[in-house]
Design a protein around this ligand. Structure first.
Ligand code: 5CA
Length: 436
């Protein structure tokens, strides 16, 4: 992308409405703009990050054997009346009427709809287990939308739903999603801790939240320092082995870790002082086991092995895809701006042409851009060098290639790694070799 012809409206000043660093940086780096309270437009650079995050989520869901589908955002109210949640969900649910005066809702989640789709076509235990997911916009009319995309009203979620014939199967599905989640967050460079949690309006009796530690997080969290030492990532758990999943789940749940809602003062008191870790965290994912809550309420059963009807056991599994963009910035930034992990960066490289119009600078910068596009942002604007440096740091590209008139004359450029700040002067070929 050529910056001179791109909608990347970076800001020098800190926007007054933004209270936390990720919100400030998302506005300043030109990633998003608010269009109504808690509702955001994703501008080109922001959308690239959102899509990169979604791609990692999708890859790990697929690797866990979950099937992607796409359900609509608008749902008929009847489904919600069947489960009893139409009244229960309260004012957070956006209710609409069509021209025929039929009640509709903008989906805050999809348990009812997936149960309905599944019951239309699955009639035997032989088709189980299955896990389905989609990545779709949700609307929740939050009382206090805040912190930018972290607590929006419209937000992008990955929600998965599992169907099993019995409790033992449902537990396996739950653990499989848990492992997929830990792998997902790790690929983004994030350390997430699963914590026992309340199940809230989704219901059910087993639930874990996946928490990223950050001082600006909305939940207070308590966990055992032993958690920090677990190297679950190195061990090659097979996501399709029940025994591996059990081992993994035990590792994840043996040590104390809970959000304030589930905090158990007695269990906490038993920990030695040196192992107590208290802080704040951002909930980036939430998984629920709720058994037959929806299948039973919605009259969905399949023929069991003995021919008798059985209500399938279900769970649901959410990841806040748009929230993750904010959480990533909370985790990776400095005073100058964002420091994107390579896996999610909107552009891997920024090419800074310090003197557009200078023949050598143009030749080298254009040549690099030709080789690196489409994963490069080419700063070809007619701006001062200082502005280009500041914007590149603000936007957080993992690599910067600085093309200045003195170096260019000798065929050399400066290569900078955003995360470490390291710079070196190199020839264009070795710059390319380092980046590609
Ligand atoms: N149906 C279940 C699981 S699929 C569900 O809706 N769970 S949830 O309510 O916990 O949401 C899942 C994830 O979406 C949360 O962990 C959080 O990361 C994200 N999320 C929830 N509300 C918001 C919001 N208002 N803004 C941004 N992200 C949100």
């Amino acid at each position: 992308m050529r910056l001179s012809r791109s909608l990347v409206p970076t800001l020098k000043e800190t926007p007054a409405e933004a209270q936390i660093v990720s919100h400030r940086l998302m506005l300043r780096a030109g990633l998003v703009r608010q269009t109504a309270a808690g509702i955001y437009a994703w501008l080109p650079a922001g959308l690239r990050v959102l899509q990169n995050v979604a791609a990692i989520v999708r890859a790990e869901q697929d690797a866990a054997g979950a099937q992607e589908l796409l359900m609509p955002t608008i749902q008929p109210a009847e489904l919600w009346r069947e489960s009893g949640r139409y009244e229960d969900y309260g004012k957070e649910m956006l209710r609409l009427k069509d021209r025929h005066e039929r009640d509709l809702v903008y989906g805050p989640t999809n348990e009812e709809m997936i149960t309905d789709l599944f019951r239309q076509s699955v009639h035997s235990y032989r088709a189980l287990p299955q896990i389905l997911y989609h990545i779709q916009w949700k609307f929740r009319d939050e009382v206090r939308p805040r912190f930018g995309v972290m607590r929006g009203r419209e937000f992008l979620m990955k929600d998965a739903y599992s169907f099993d014939i019995d409790y033992a199967g449902a537990v396996v599905s739950y653990r499989r999603m848990m492992l997929a989640y830990m792998r997902t967050f790790r690929r983004m460079g994030l350390k997430a801790i699963p914590m026992r949690a309340e199940s809230g309006p989704i219901g059910g009796n087993m639930s874990h939240e996946f928490i990223i530690l950050a001082p600006t997080g909305e939940s207070a969290v308590y966990y055992d320092a032993a958690f920090e030492e677990i190297d679950y990532s190195a061990s090659g758990f097979n996501i399709f082995s029940d025994a591996d999943l059990e081992h993994f789940f035990t590792l994840m749940t043996t040590h104390y870790a809970a959000t304030d809602e589930k905090h158990d003062a007695a269990a906490w008191a038993e920990l030695t002082l040196g192992r107590k870790r208290e802080g704040r965290g951002i909930e980036v994912g939430h998984v629920f086991y709720f058994g037959t809550k929806y299948s039973a309420a919605m009259g969905f059963s399949v023929a069991g092995p003995d021919g008798r009807p059985v209500a399938p056991e279900m769970g649901s599994y959410g990841i806040g895809v748009s929230r993750l963009v904010g959480a990533l910035i909370e985790a990776f930034h400095d005073e100058a701006g964002i420091i994107w992990p390579d896996a999610v960066a909107p552009f891997r490289t920024a090419i800074l042409n310090l003197k557009p119009g200078d023949a050598a600078c143009d030749r080298i910068a254009e040549g690099l851009y030709e080789k690196l596009a489409p994963s490069a942002l080419y700063d070809d604007r007619d701006e001062r060098a200082g502005v280009k440096f500041a914007d590149a740091d603000l936007m957080g590209h993992p690599w910067q290639i600085v093309v200045g008139p003195r170096g260019a004359a000798a065929g050399r450029v400066e290569l900078k790694r955003r995360a470490s700040g390291e710079r070196e002067e190199v020839g264009t070929e070795s710059a390319l070799a380092r980046i590609i």
